[in-house]
Ligand binder design. Sequence first.
Ligand code: ZN
Length: 173
Amino acid sequence: MTIRPILLHPDPRLKRRCEPVREITDALRAAADDMLETMYDAPGVGLAGPQIGLMSRILVMDCVKDPEAAPRPMVLLNPEVTWQSEETNTYEEGCLSIPEQYAEITRPAEVKVRWLGLDGATHEEQFAGLWATCVQHEIDHLNGRLFIDYLSPLKRQLITRRMIKLKREKARA
Ligand code: ZN
């Protein structure tokens, strides 16, 4: 397993819609392992393909917060929201591609998601709490949408300017 570099906003690859996964190959399995490794290392609770420059509909997540509890690494291919609750939940979101920037985002509190597993089978599960927020955030990535796209243009520009500055400093270091 390899820790891959995470693309930072702004980057055109983070704004593109990803292609469906058509075949579960060894390369895809290896990419999924790398994505989990990269996510745990960051550390984060979710990571989507485009964040490592993989323009396929793949995301990984593990929202188990309790360090005593067993981890639950999940790999979702071609995930689709099949149902969402009317009830909403507001959560302070961040993103590994937008480090150190956080904002309150309101989303459906619960969602049902259908996806293809690495086992080739179709899975469906209802998510609540942090899991629901995370899976919606990561599916957004597959559609070229970032959490800052929910903010006012002014707030979004402010965060983007900070990120451009951060990227410049990183390039110089
Ligand atoms: Zn993100």
